[in-house]
Write a protein of this length. Structure first.
Length: 109
């Protein structure tokens, strides 16, 4: 997810920090991923406040299935630029959540 966001951000001047518009979701997988992300963000906030890094990693791990489904069912680079931007914002939020725990780009393998 982070690689896609970084690559697309380099190509164009995109406001990925803007508001995610759930009304623009065109696929069930987008809704499911956004819902899972909302739960994860709440769990992550609580886990990090308690310095419970095992719980933080478990919260992130819960995104695996909905993220896999998203990438199987959804074309991030949609022809509609607003839909594409919204999907990139969703992925950017996942990157932000992951970045609260670790810089996973530094992990090799």
């Amino acid at each position: 997810a982070a690689n896609i966001v970084a690559a697309e951000a380099k190509k164009a001047d995109l406001d990925l920090a803007g508001t995610l518009d759930e009304a623009r979701f065109a696929d069930r997988a987008e809704h499911d991923l956004a819902a899972a992300l909302s739960v994860t963000e709440q769990q992550l906030s609580a886990a990090l406040a308690d310095e419970n890094f095992a719980a933080a990693m478990a919260a992130l791990a819960a995104l695996r299935a909905p993220l896999d489904t998203f990438f199987e069912d959804v074309t991030v680079n949609a022809a509609d630029p607003d839909l594409r931007l919204n999907r990139l914002r969703l992925l950017a939020r996942i990157g932000e959540a992951m970045g609260q725990v670790a810089d996973f780009a530094q992990i090799e393998g």
